[in-house]
Write a protein that binds this ligand. Structure first.
Ligand code: PMP
Length: 363
């Protein structure tokens, strides 16, 4: 194995992967042990790949404690395709879907759903720049809504649900793209969970959808086949060629996560990592957190500096110091440190050190 230089990668996604996983991929890329061919070369109908797929699903089920009454499917098209697939499959004619609009990605989900059917925005915090997620008492839910859609972690604004919204018997659909498997998740309170893999679960190219079996009945035969959840579920994610390399890599990340102790163990590390950054942000007032404190994300830590000039300087100097990807999303500006599961704690310490030093020089 060659030793290579790696910077601290604060990217919001695709994001840092565990080094041990990258090394395993490198080691086995030319020839999978016992197979004699690369994962990039084998048929998706071959026994070795079916095993890889089955193990990835089994590890996901174990990690999240997914009951047998839920299907797990691996799709393509990113979380963005789910913005369309969810209403195409679940928003039956004549019914209304409720959307909780707590961030820019939720807003995009609303926009797509409106193309398919009736949408009620149950609450929005857009007027507050999405600095918080709507409160329970603000939700105006539709009786018998087809489902309620939420975004568990707002990647751009840096807020995150600490408790799931109460939606009674309505099916809860959650976009968990940016906090999936960063902490335990109560699958049974959801009807459908979807997550693009490229933040906490693996590389870009695969999207995990966990769907309660009874909802599959809503998928109409008239839907384009590739956009039909029931088809993918019936075919065990092998209706067509799946993104084999992405599934394989995600499988390795799931094994890594199990070795780390699973979701409760990783949550402790994530709380500690984020805690260090928020403590630094709050220390003097030079840095200013943009998310309301009670809902601060463990994954995407957003903050501003006293001026845009200082922010530009901060990005430039931090990048030069080997702290990559701290520039905030173009729609909100400022800084964003994405510190997903695989982001090393010493990288958080390095950023805290850099923030102190920068403030001492420029504050
Ligand atoms: N939802 C959330 C919460 C996201 O963070 C993202 C990507 N950053 C998306 C949806 C869109 O994902 P994709 O690029 O996989 O379509």
């Amino acid at each position: 194995m060659t030793t290579v230089h790696r910077v601290y990668n604060f990217s919001a996604g695709p994001a840092v992967l565990p080094l041990s996983v990258l090394e395993e991929i490198q080691r086995d890329l030319i020839s999978l042990p016992g197979v004699g061919m690369s994962i990039l070369e084998i048929s998706h109908r071959s026994a070795p790949f079916e095993r890889i797929l089955a193990e990835a699903e089994a590890d996901i089920r174990t990690l999240a404690g997914i009951p047998a009454s839920y299907k797990v499917v691996f799709l393509q098209g990113g979380a963005s395709l789910q913005f369309s697939m969810v209403p195409m499959n679940l928003l039956t004619p004549g019914s209304t879907a409720d959307y909780i609009d707590g961030g820019s990605w939720a807003e995009k989900a609303v926009k797509e759903a409106r193309k398919i059917g009736n949408v009620n925005v149950a609450a929005t915090t857009k007027g507050e720049n999405y600095a918080r997620i709507p409160r329970q008492d603000e939700l105006k839910l539709t009786p018998n809504a087809a489902y309620v859609h939420m975004t568990s972690n707002n990647t751009i604004e840096g807020t995150e649900y600490k408790d799931l919204p109460e939606v009674g018997n309505l099916p809860l659909v959650s976009d968990t793209s940016s906090d999936m498997f960063s902490k335990p998740i109560d699958v049974t309170r959801h009807a459908l969970i979807y997550s693009g893999a490229q933040k906490n679960m693996g590389p870009a190219g695969v999207t995990v959808v966990i769907i309660r079996e009874d909802l599959l009945q809503r998928s109409q035969k008239s839907l384009p086949t590739m956009l039909n959840y029931a088809v993918h579920a019936e075919n065990g994610s092998l209706y067509n060629t799946p993104p084999a390399f992405a599934v394989y890599t995600m499988g390795l990340v799931m094994k890594w996560l199990r070795r780390e102790g699973g979701l409760a163990a990783i949550e402790k590390v994530n709380v500690r990592k984020a805690g260090k950054l928020y403590a630094e942000i709050d220390r003097t007032g030079f840095y200013r957190g943009t998310a309301q404190k009670a809902q601060r994300s463990l994954m995407n830590v957003t903050f501003r500096l006293p001026s845009e000039d200082l922010e530009k300087q901060f990005v430039k100097e931090s990048t030069a110091a080997g702290l990559d990807g701290l520039k905030g999303h173009r729609s909100v500006g400022g800084m964003r440190a994405s510190i997903y599961n695989a982001f090393p704690e010493d990288g958080v310490d390095a950023l805290v050190g850099f923030m102190r030093e920068f403030e001492a020089r420029r504050g």
